[in-house]
Design a protein around this ligand. Structure first.
Ligand SMILES: C[S@@+](CC[C@H](N)C(=O)[O-])C[C@H]1O[C@@H](n2cnc3c(N)ncnc32)[C@H](O)[C@@H]1O
Length: 203
């Protein structure tokens, strides 16, 4: 490995630990102070309906950490198979499962097994047909051409390998499949001190 590749590999490891720490903290301690919108307040801001937020388990709503509303343009239909990249505490997967119904399938993918267990418990509590798979969006644990729609909310910005994430989305999508993601994009080059700060990457 070159020095640059070594540096990137070790930064990625530090970042993974920080991502695990940060989102477990949101899930375990949603009332704590975070420097990003989260929970019901964030979901309302992004246009999630009151009906959804009242119907979903409080744990999934309070720990919501998305940055927008991927459901607005997903146009999910009954019977479709959906993958939710970085499903967190599960709110987006649960909302998607209501749209695809019991004949559809929602697969959450999260690198953190603890978050996967939480999302699965939240989905099971509402009878939502969601299954969470532990895995990385850079290497999706899914076969080629196996899903109709990819959704994701505030997760791709966390990756060091965004091109790989995009390649994986296209690999798992069936011909004619759709992508509906909400995420953060910077209009200007970030300084090296920001890029090298795992806390800022992770949030
Ligand atoms: C911003 S939250 C997701 C918000 C979620 N959509 C919701 O409804 O609350 C971030 C989640 O993405 C997961 N994550 C971060 N990087 C990931 C990666 N490379 N692959 C899979 N999951 C990842 C984290 O473990 C965390 O649970």
């Amino acid at each position: 490995m070159t020095n640059a590749a070594d540096t990137q590999a070790s930064l990625e490891l530090v970042l993974k630990d920080e991502i695990i720490r940060m989102y477990e903290e949101v899930a375990d301690n949603p009332d704590a102070e975070f420097h990003f919108y989260h929970g019901r307040e964030a979901a309302e801001l992004f246009g999630y309906s009151t009906e959804w937020l009242d119907r979903a388990p409080a744990g999934a709503v309070n720990s919501f950490a998305g940055v927008g509303n991927p459901h607005e343009r997903a146009n999910l239909r009954r019977g479709e198979t959906v993958v939710d990249l970085g499903s967190g505490a599960g709110l987006d997967s649960i909302v998607a499962s209501w749209a695809v119904g019991d004949v559809g399938r929602v697969i959450g993918v999260d690198l953190n097994p603890t978050m996967c267990l939480k999302a699965q418990a939240h989905a099971d509590a509402t009878g939502a047909s969601m299954e969470c798979h532990e895995g990385r969006m850079e290497d999706l644990p899914l076969p080629d051409a196996s899903v109709d729609v990819v959704i994701s909310n505030g997760v791709i910005n966390l990756s060091f390998q965004k091109r790989k994430v995009v390649e994986e989305m296209f690999r798992v999508l069936r011909p004619g499949g759709r992508i509906s993601i909400t995420d953060i994009v910077s209009g200007k080059q970030l300084s090296q001190s920001i890029v090298n700060d795992p806390k800022l990457w992770a949030s």
